[in-house]
Design a protein around this ligand. Structure first.
Ligand code: TXA
Ligand code: MG
Length: 327
């Protein structure tokens, strides 16, 4: 059975011995394997039931170590690493020749980041190699933001989870592909996350030249599927203009689903707090017996960290309700 430890030494020894380990980061908990251990890397995919076409993010203890995984380092990447590492930003860059193709799903690029959690960086140092780690949840399900969530996800598996308390950010890192262009930069956001588009633009403004920051379609990030991050019970999004007549709407929902156990996911007005609480609330409400979850989309929920929160909610949702109450 999976079990928790508070000892970084013990967790690192397991990694050196070829095991996988639950790793705390500031975003969500990861399921880590040494980048040099192909058997452990394979086990990460098997335990998660993750398809091999979905590449893993490599976690490094320093910018220098992250750079050893890539074969080019555009000025835009340097500027972003300087500003946001350690922190919740993943850079997708051409991979170094010796990076295991299992990590990159055969792509010519690799995603790298330096996590902000000191425990994570220490674990990487003591493991003696960068750690490839997807979020520590069964494929397609809600990510874990506490060590207990990881245990709950994998009741039948035998590995250690390093417990460093709850995650501060609560949603995954922002995944970007940066490149240089005419003295400026092009940055494609493949997945919104803990660093916002506005922060990225501001960080690159001083580069000089034209800077473009764009959202790319999900196809550019193989694992960024339309349905993902899903809780155990159906989740429905209620657009704000339907919110005033919520009770009638909920009754309609009840009739539709023959269920009276409806729980609302309450989002804090501060997107940083909303992000931190989101995954834990989805888990808690379904564990408490809710059969349907609903979440109201407020018209103020745009820009900044709301982009990441609503990206996850819309992928986690079964449907968004229309005026007619259809789905
Ligand atoms: O915050 C995070 O990023 C967490 C913590 C554990 O670091 N990790 C995480 O990993 O969310 P995962 O595997 O659940 O999501 C990684 C995302 C996937 O959508 C994957 O397709 C994308 O990053 N990705 C990884 N490498 C890529 C690459 N070379 N090109 C495009 N997308 C890539
Ligand atoms: Mg994930």
């Amino acid at each position: 059975m999976a079990r928790v430890t508070f000892s970084i030494d013990e967790a690192a020894a397991r990694l050196r011995a070829g095991d996988i380990v639950g790793m705390p980061t500031e975003t969500v908990y990861g399921l880590a394997a040494s980048v040099r251990d192909e058997r452990a890397l394979r086990r990460v995919f098997e335990v998660k039931k993750r398809p091999f076409f979905d590449p893993l993010i490599v976690h490094a203890a320093s910018t220098e170590e992250a750079r050893s995984m890539v074969r080019s380092w555009p000025r835009a990447a340097a500027a972003l690493a300087e500003r946001f590492w350690p922190g919740p930003l993943t850079l997708v860059l051409p991979k170094a020749p010796d990076v295991d193709p299992m990590i990159t799903a055969g792509l010519d690029t690799v995603g790298v980041r330096v996590p902000a959690r000191a425990e994570a960086r220490r674990l990487i140092e003591l493991a003696g190699a960068p750690l490839a780690a997807p979020s520590a949840n069964r494929f397609g399900r809600t990510s874990p933001t506490a060590a207990q969530h990881v245990l709950d996800e994998f009741p039948g598996e035998d590995f250690l989870v390093l417990d460093a308390g709850p995650c501060d950010v609560g949603v995954e890192s922002t995944v970007v592909a940066p490149s240089d262009r005419d003295g400026g930069a092009d940055v494609a956001i493949l997945r919104p996350g803990g660093v916002t588009a506005e922060e990225i633009e501001a960080a690159l403004a001083s580069m000089g030249g034209l800077v473009t920051v764009s959202r790319r379609t999900s196809a550019a990030s193989p694992g960024h599927l339309e349905h993902h991050y899903q809780p155990d019970v159906p989740l429905f999004i209620i657009p704000e203009h339907l919110g005033s007549d919520r009770l009638a709407l909920l009754r309609r929902l009840t009739k539709w689903k023959h269920s009276s156990r409806i729980a609302e996911v309450e989002l804090d007005g501060d997107p940083a707090v909303a992000a931190r609480k989101l995954y834990g609330d989805l888990r808690r409400l379904s564990a408490e017996g809710a059969q349907i979850l609903v979440v109201k989309r407020d018209k103020s929920h745009f820009g900044g960290l709301w982009d990441a929160v609503w990206d996850r909610l819309s992928r986690a949702a079964t449907a968004s309700l229309t005026d007619e109450g259809n789905c």
